[in-house]
Unconditional design. Structure first.
Ligand SMILES: NC(=O)c1ccc[n+]([C@@H]2O[C@H](COP(=O)([O-])OP(=O)(O)OC[C@H]3O[C@@H](n4cnc5c(N)ncnc54)[C@H](OP(=O)(O)O)[C@@H]3O)[C@@H](O)[C@H]2O)c1
Length: 271
């Protein structure tokens, strides 16, 4: 039982493979009851790798969610599916709302877009939460990478002309819980952090958080800004993919914590 009073079952790939067309249905039959909620954060997230492993990306990001959506629909469970700002491409300069037309630039974004459309079509009581630039105490994330590189004394060159909405996984989890507890209408929502930053600004904010906590005060962090065009990559990434969460805020969702607070929290857990 979680602190919030939910009985939580955490699943791994070994419990069932999302790309197996019958696995989700079999698992659902054994485990799901009407009113249960399935949160799908599983995905093929290697944005570069997706360009060459197209079938694998579509199997996990597009087909997998459709199998899960059908299984949830059949068992009366609700599906909370996590999607991404990478469904958007060029041409944005203000936080993007749910009304904006997606235009993914690569296989990862295209496959995630197909997945979210399947969920909205097949799981009629489900939600799609698009989020962005996740960071948190578990697993790899950009602020952790920056912090570790800085502590290792590496010189840091970070892209300063791509902008997004860094989002704390802890804050996103609170919003998912709020969605379940508040009876949020099914549908598509943007659920991202309140600030718009470049990768360079996020790196600098992370190191500032470390300094504010008294770590490495004698070191002044030097982060060299570089344009995305100087970063070798197979993938064209959106230059601006910050998401507006106004729709959820208008539904009474409590604002996420300020980025600096979440970064200080993260840094204190890492160091
Ligand atoms: N990270 C971000 O900045 C970001 C931004 C926007 C949206 N998102 C979305 O947020 C969600 C979580 O992202 P993340 O960064 O936490 O991803 P992640 O660290 O790559 O984790 C993805 C998980 O999916 C599992 N998985 C992959 N293929 C599977 C399969 N065939 N069957 C069952 N499980 C499978 C992986 O299992 P293994 O460990 O066994 O491989 C892994 O546990 C995704 O939907 C992603 O699109 C992420």
């Amino acid at each position: 039982m979680s602190k919030a009073g939910f009985a939580v079952l955490s699943l791994r790939r070994t419990d069932f493979d999302l790309t197996d067309p019958t696995a989700a249905a079999e698992w659902a039959l054994d485990h799901l009851r009407p009113g249960d909620v399935v949160i799908n954060a599983a995905a093929y997230t290697d944005v570069e790798g997706a360009e060459t492993n197209v079938d694998a990306a579509f199997a996990v990001n597009a087909l997998g969610p459709s199998y899960l959506a059908q299984a949830c629909q059949a068992s009366g469970a609700r599906l909370m599916h996590i999607s991404t700002d990478f469904v958007f491409g060029h041409g944005h300069s203000r936080p993007i709302s749910e009304e904006a037309a997606p235009s993914p630039l690569g296989v990862y974004g295209e496959s995630k877009l197909q997945g979210e459309r399947s969920v909205l079509q097949l799981a009629t009581s489900g939600w799609v939460f698009r989020t962005a630039w996740l960071f948190g105490p578990h697993g790899k994330c950009f602020p952790r990478t920056i912090l570790q590189a800085w502590l290792a004394g590496k010189s840091l060159r970070v892209v300063d002309d791509q902008f997004g909405s860094p989002t704390s996984t802890l804050e996103l989890a609170k919003w998912i819980r709020h969605a379940l507890e508040s009876g949020l209408e099914p549908g598509l929502y943007h659920a991202a952090g309140p600030e718009v930053l470049s990768w360079h600004e996020l790196a600098s904010a992370t190191l500032r958080a470390a300094q504010e906590l008294g770590h490495g005060l004698d070191l002044s962090p030097e982060v060299t800004p570089v344009p995305a065009s100087e970063w070798p990559s197979q993938v064209t990434r959106p230059m601006y993919s910050a998401l507006s969460s106004d729709r959820l805020l208008a539904q009474g969702f409590p604002p996420m914590r300020a980025l600096g607070d979440s970064l200080r929290d993260l840094v204190s857990k890492i160091l």
